[in-house]
Design a protein around this ligand. Structure first.
Ligand SMILES: *Cc1c(COP(=O)(O)O)cnc(C)c1O
Length: 420
């Protein structure tokens, strides 16, 4: 155990400059959000829940105003009725795409759960393909970066939406920086000025000091149980961007004619407000944790991505193992280090929307919330654990220590699941 403590102390020495960068970003984002609260004149009566149709829910309106400002957008929808990030993205796509128009993913293959939205693979799946919407994909280049030349060739007059995935998802490729998003927006608009640039913003929120709409993206969407919730929001999703687009998505989400004017918030809205207020700080905790894991496991000989000293554009840290049992065991120890369900024994299993079995460690206060320390691993090569979140740095540090201790004691290519 002494050796582990020493390794942690050394790693923390190494990464102090990185931590300073994250702290500065958290400050800038935190102040922008604080000012958004002040401008929207948030009052405690905005926290009350609403019932029925939810007409005149002034708290809902205030929350959406604050979110719009936080995301540097004209308008936002922030709704508990959006069940997940996938639902938020799906709502945008179905609202804005007509038969014969094309969706073009310009950052390679999209996140697993989006595959079903694009092509459900069977009849009556309700997918975009079934509705006659076309789909194209521009593969990433050798470095895992967006291929601008290929994008120039692929965007045409029928390309209605160009989709960018900001975070790495379950792939070993770099996250897309805000600077890169700016270039991609310019590239797409240079070919077709009417093409909507939409960003799957999951896990990217508040990692940098600007959000995609600030650099020209038309629409962003994501989950409230990831970065923007500060760990407090009990669920939901958000969509932010150009007001005409957000309005159209709202008509799809509720019904034409109803739009954003309806939708009650049955629970106390304080969780959503306070969560957003906390979000930059919580993202900071998660980023510090990710870098600590990267330094510790990188130095212990594991393939890590990103490396501890690389710039970060999302909160995800991947650590590669040689085999499925090691990956499972890593996730199991993360689970054992959690405040909730720490004694649960994990296994690989099928989840709706994912093509291969996955193991998910999430001993979280909010079910499945991946802004809390959590870890996912798809059962496929290169057996990478995707670690993310951490409400407190202390929790990350504790888990990193236990994991390092555990994996140091075992040979790197050893299989089999021992006791944990
Ligand atoms: C998490 C995630 C989503 C949405 O996932 P949900 O579990 O439906 O919230 C979409 N894209 C990426 C890249 C993600 O990480």
């Amino acid at each position: 155990m002494l050796e582990t403590v020493k390794a942690i102390n050394e790693a923390e020495q190494l990464v102090t400059a990185q931590y300073r960068v994250f702290e500065e970003n958290a400050y800038i984002n935190g102040v922008r959000i604080l000012q958004a609260f002040q401008e929207a004149r948030v009052r405690d009566h905005h926290f009350y829940g609403s019932t029925g149709y939810g007409y005149g829910d002034t708290g809902r309106a205030a929350l959406e105003t604050v979110y719009a400002r936080a995301f540097q957008a004209e308008e936002a929808l922030v709704r508990p009725q959006i069940v997940s990030g996938t639902h938020a993205i799906s709502a945008c796509l179905f609202a804005l795409l007509q038969p014969g128009q094309k969706l073009l993913s310009i950052t390679g293959r999209p996140y697993d759960t989006l595959a079903n939205i694009i092509d459900g693979g069977h009849k009556r799946s309700g997918s975009l393909r079934e509705k006659g919407i076309l789909y194209g994909e521009v593969a990433l280049d050798h470095d895992g970066k967006a291929d601008t030349d290929a994008i120039v060739r692929a965007v045409d007059k029928d390309t209605r939406i160009a989709l960018i995935q900001r975070s790495r998802g379950y792939r070993l490729r770099p996250a897309v920086s805000i600077a890169a998003i700016k270039t991609l927006v310019e590239t797409v608009k240079g070919q077709n000025p009417d093409c909507i640039v939409m960003v799957d913003n999951c896990y990217g929120e508040f990692v940098e000091t600007d959000e995609p709409c600030q650099v020209g993206a038309d629409l962003v969407a994501g989950s409230l149980i990831k970065n923007p919730s500060g760990g407090l929001a009990p669920g939901g999703g958000y969509i932010a961007g150009r007001s005409d687009l957000v309005d159209t998505v709202a008509y799809h989400l509720t019904a034409p004619g109803l739009g954003r004017a309806m939708g009650s918030n049955l629970v106390d809205k304080r969780w959503f407000f306070q969560g957003l207020f906390m979000a930059p700080h919580t993202v900071l905790q998660a980023l510090k944790g990710a870098v600590l894991f990267s330094a510790l496991f990188g130095r212990a000989g594991y393939r890590v991505d990103p490396e501890w000293d690389e710039p970060r554009h999302d909160i995800i840290q991947s650590i590669c193992f040689d085999n499925a049992p090691d990956l499972l065991q890593f996730c199991q120890v993360v689970q054992n280090c959690s405040p909730i369900d720490s004694d649960v024994k994990l296994e690989f299993g099928h989840l709706p929307g994912y093509e291969v079995p996955v193991v998910m460690a999430a001993g979280t206060f909010v079910q499945g919330a991946s802004i809390e320390l959590s870890c996912d691993g798809p059962q496929r090569e290169p057996y990478s654990a995707y670690l993310q979140g951490g409400l407190t740095y202390e929790h990350c540090r504790y888990a990193a220590g236990r994991l390092l201790h555990h994996f140091r004691g075992k040979p790197k290519d050893g299989g089999g699941i021992g006791g944990v």
